[in-house]
Write a protein that binds this ligand. Structure first.
Ligand SMILES: [Zn+2]
Length: 73
């Protein structure tokens, strides 16, 4: 099954401005990620929008999966 939370986004390091690739799940979890320069970046999921988006997209993917299964019969 496709899991949208495994998709990645890029955030810029506030220190060296290097783009850092993080999974959407990490953003939703507001995880602390580290840049290669050693700078820690506190991810922020404003209004839990990412969490909500992951849930909703996963839900529609699941529906799509069910639809495909039906067609397969
Ligand atoms: Zn950096």
């Amino acid at each position: 099954m496709i899991d949208i939370s495994k998709q990645t986004v890029e955030v810029d390091c506030p220190d060296c401005k290097r783009p850092i690739t993080v999974s959407i799940k990490k953003v939703a979890d507001e995880a602390l990620v580290k840049c290669t320069c050693g700078q820690g970046i506190q991810l922020k999921d404003s209004n839990s929008s990412n969490k909500k988006a992951i849930r909703e997209i996963n839900k529609s993917l699941k529906n799509l999966e069910n639809t495909i299964k039906k067609f397969g019969k």
